[in-house]
Design a protein around this ligand. Structure first.
Ligand SMILES: Cc1ncc(COP(=O)(O)O)c(C=O)c1O
Ligand SMILES: [Zn+2]
Length: 407
């Protein structure tokens, strides 16, 4: 008997065995992995000798046989007390979860690791993903490590650094003429037709479990407490939903007391369907047909988990904020200048949303706030380069340096 109890439909709550199933055959709702939580004996001191990567939480991850784990040492990233940024904003307990330091420089190493490991467990010979950029390199890196063939579907316009990065691991990269949602649709067809384990489509039920580890780590790093606020960048909404699911599991096994985290969904203004729906009080998400934001990694016009994020925001008493391109750039610069962390636009979105929350008086000064910084700035330099000064070019003469310093 494995640790997975069953897969459960998020809509009609029917149960299914833990197979390669990614939607409910009855009502087409998404499926969630349910564990035999009563058998998980986690205590505060259980993790002293656990691996310093995301697999430290293996008992609540959906891989039954350890030999299928593909490990590139992702996860267990720093939670940094942001004293400078906090002082500036009047927050005494502001933290940055720095997921830019993962092996492929984004949080996507978490879900991709679980997705590719599950592909091995299910006996698949090839994997892939539909990606707004970051998942491409993550999936390709794991596929390389596992020795699996890999097919990456990306929309037009992904940052060149992200394509170069992914290509280096030798997958087949297919650039689809259209938006992310178009690339996603063709990837779904290819998954069916050619038995490809597309991690965020037909392995999605398992894949999303990897993102839970972000929440597990935050709770562990706060000595098994949950914060008051989490500000999360949102594309499909899978990560935010998974983190919340993770907290519910920690509660269920009794490791944390009731979790009252307020989630804020942060999106770029040119593609903010979840923020729009939240503001309008809708319980469905109106798709954005032509996303237009420098936060390309979040540019998902039809977010798969959109309605579930809306529910989580409302249940948790949370918020939703959209951030303009200029505010994104300012957010990137502010985080770099105050905390020494170089983020991609998704992080600029988070910092922009945080500033807005503070301005609107949504956060008490002593509340614990976590900003999820999920991808490195090096992967999207194009977004920030036009907003930076040119370096000063000089002849190698000390006198010129002296003039510069005297300015
Ligand atoms: C850096 C970064 N942050 C956040 C997200 C949003 O994740 P999700 O699609 O699970 O909402 C993405 C998605 O690609 C991303 O690349
Ligand atoms: Zn169902």
């Amino acid at each position: 008997m494995g640790k997975i109890s069953h897969l459960e439909c998020r809509e009609c709550h029917r149960h299914y065995p833990a197979e390669k199933l990614y939607f409910c055959p009855e009502c087409f709702g998404p499926l969630d992995v349910k564990y035999r939580c009563e058998e998980v004996d986690w205590r505060k001191d259980s993790f002293q000798h656990a691996p310093k990567n995301l697999w430290r939480y293996l008992e609540l991850l959906p891989i039954e046989d350890e030999s299928n784990i593909v490990n590139i040492e992702a996860g267990y990233t720093p939670l940094i007390k942001a004293t400078n940024l906090g002082r500036l904003l009047g927050l005494k307990n502001l933290y940055i979860k720095n997921d830019t330091v993962n092996p492929t420089f984004s949080f996507k190493d978490r879900p991709a690791g679980v997705g590719v490991s599950k592909a091995l467990e299910l006996g698949l010979k090839s994997v892939g993903c539909a990606s707004t950029g970051n998942l491409a390199a993550a999936t390709a890196a794991y596929a390389a490590k596992a020795g699996l063939r890999c097919y990456i579907f990306v929309p037009r316009g992904v940052e060149p650094e992200k394509i170069t990065h992914a290509l280096t691991y030798s997958p087949t990269v297919i650039e689809v003429n259209g938006s992310y949602d178009t690339a996603n649709r063709i990837a779904a067809q290819a998954a069916e037709a050619y038995e490809i384990g597309v991690v965020n489509i037909n392995l999605r039920t398992y894949y999303v479990e990897g993102s839970k580890t972000l929440g597990f780590e935050v709770a562990e790093q706060l000595n098994w407490r949950t914060p008051d606020h989490i500000v999360a960048p949102v594309g499909s909404g899978a990560m935010l939903h998974a983190i919340s699911k993770g907290f519910e599991e920690l509660e269920q096994i009794g490791l944390i007391s009731s979790s009252k985290v307020k989630f804020t969904a942060a999106q770029g203004r040119g593609c903010a369907p979840i923020v729009e729906a939240f503001r309008k009080g809708l319980d469905f998400v109106e798709p954005v047909e032509h996303p237009n934001t420098i936060a390309k990694s979040l540019a998902i016009g039809e977010p798969g988990d959109g309605v579930y994020v809306l529910r989580k925001l409302r249940q948790s008493g949370g918020y939703a904020e959209d951030v303009s391109d200029l505010e994104i750039v300012e957010g990137i610069k502010l985080l770099a200048k105050t905390e020494g962390i170089f983020s991609e636009p998704a992080g600029g979105v988070v910092i922009g949303a945080l500033k807005r929350l503070v301005e609107e008086g949504r956060i008490e000064s002593d509340e614990t706030v976590i900003c999820l910084i999920t991808g490195s700035g090096l992967k999207a330099a194009e977004a920030i380069t036009p907003h930076l000064p040119q370096p000063l070019t000089i002849e190698p003469e000390l006198e010129t340096v002296a003039q510069i310093i005297a300015r």
